[in-house]
Design a protein around this ligand. Structure first.
Ligand code: S3P
Length: 422
């Protein structure tokens, strides 16, 4: 198989959510360019609209007029977060600082995911969180109000928890410090700093002071490295050619997959690297035709590639030797139990793979074709990871719910066809 051309991946999902939330908190109009128009980001836009923010239809160049850091209105309806954990947890932080209650609901997958991790620090700041049914699960009602300062040590390295606390602190005008076991993605810190907030980051701790205000900003959203990862993998697995991935966010808290892919033997280079709007951005080039070998992913490497681990498992099936990932128990509480799902699907394709409590082992046999049916559990990253295996010569992989990619990468299947058309 030959790959060729440039794949311009859509805007980064994490940054897109934050761009809307921070624009809503700004004192005046913010311009956002390159936002990801996907189901997840539309959920954040819808939640903000329900609280009085005039968010236009998502568009490549849009303006959101902020209502100030604590300017949301009591919601006119439930906040429907659909499939999006980021919408739920970050918006919960913002709501906690407001003198009203908001009820968060989501789809079946989101309703299984843990919310106690975000409720606990918000409660420690003075908010109250109530659940309709099982504790720690949606539907959940956040009763906001006057918050107090917080110093919080997070048990998990979760950017969503960290960001919820930072947004609550900034909106309430109180001082917060968050520590985490390993550094998670730091877009919120970077974006707050770009908007004039005195954010201090030291090692694995972040601090924002009392009385911070959020300035409106003209911001560009770079391409999503988690979406680019699928095409980096495709390029690395191809027999010939090269793929060019322009304008990808290269924030080091996000580039773990590229690093590990290079370590497995892929020829990856970065061109035109620069700093834009507080983020590192560049063009990733992937040359085909080098054999891949298995690797060991250590727990400290996990946060910077957490969303790419299902893809890594797929890729590992085409490498020579064993790939082992540990310290990734978070995968069990993502859009699906990604450890169980990826291992079951690999086995369905006759790959030697095992679950670990906090990761997986895949014993690859080098380049080959894959045939069989896989279950996505409506999880976009599983659909795309197995989509890459299905694109390999001689493969026939039936993905049960291809449309679920719309959560983060509408247009994925077209981009895949174009990249492999040569
Ligand atoms: C995200 C943080 C990560 C990641 C998710 C997006 C974010 O989740 O898996 O896709 O935008 O903050 P956790 O905070 O649960 O690790």
């Amino acid at each position: 198989m030959r790959v060729s051309g440039a794949v311009r991946v859509p805007g980064d999902k994490s940054i897109s959510h934050r761009a809307l939330l921070l624009a809503a908190m700004g004192d005046g109009p913010s311009r956002v360019r390159g936002i990801l128009d996907s189901a997840d980001v539309r959920a954040t836009a819808g939640a903000l609209r329900a609280m009085g923010v005039d968010v236009p239809e998502l568009a490549p160049d849009m303006v959101v007029v902020g209502r100030g850091a604590r300017g949301l209105a009591a919601p006119s309806r439930d906040l429907d977060c659909a499939n999006s954990g980021t919408t739920t947890r970050l918006t919960a932080g913002l709501v906690a600082a407001h003198p009203f209650a908001a009820r968060f609901v989501g789809d079946a997958s989101l309703s299984r995911r843990p919310m106690g991790r975000v409720a606990r620090p918000l409660e420690a700041m003075g908010a109250r969180v109530a659940y309709d049914g099982e504790a720690g699960r949606l539907p959940m009602t956040v009763h906001g109000g006057d918050l107090r300062d917080l110093e919080w040590t997070s048990e998990t390295s979760s950017a969503q928890v960290k960001s919820a606390i930072l947004l609550a602190g900034v909106a309430a005008g109180v001082e917060v410090t968050v520590r985490e076991p390993h550094r998670s993605r730091d877009h919120t810190e970077r974006m707050l700093a770009a908007r004039g907030v005195d954010v201090w980051v030291h090692d694995r701790a972040v601090h924002v002071p009392t009385g911070a205000r959020v300035a409106p900003l003209d911001a560009a959203v770079p391409g999503d490295p988690s979406s680019a990862a699928f095409f980096a993998a495709l390029g690395a697995l191809a027999g010939a050619g090269e793929l060019v991935l322009p304008e990808v966010c290269l924030n080091p808290t996000r580039t773990g997959f590229f690093f590990v892919l290079a370590r497995m033997g892929a020829r990856l280079t970065v061109d035109d690297e620069r700093r834009e709007g507080g983020e590192d951005v560049g063009t990733v080039l992937v040359a085909a035709g080098t054999p891949l070998r298995g690797t060991v992913v250590e727990p400290h490497e996990v946060p910077a590639m957490i969303d790419e681990l299902p893809l890594l498992a797929c890729l590992a099936a085409c490498a020579e030797g064993e790939t082992r990932v540990t310290g990734a128990s978070e995968l069990r509480v993502k859009e699906s139990d990604r450890i169980a799902a990826v291992v079951a699907n690999l086995r369905a394709l006759d790959v030697d793979a095992d679950e670990l409590p906090d990761g997986f082992v895949v014993r690859g046999r080098g380049p080959r074709a894959f045939r069989g049916a896989v279950a996505t559990h409506a999880d976009h990253r599983l659909a795309m990871g197995f989509g890459i295996l299905g694109a390999l010569p001689g493969s026939d992989v039936r993905v049960d719910d291809p449309a679920c990619v719309d959560v983060s990468f509408p247009g994925f299947w077209d981009a895949l066809r174009t990249a492999t058309a040569a």
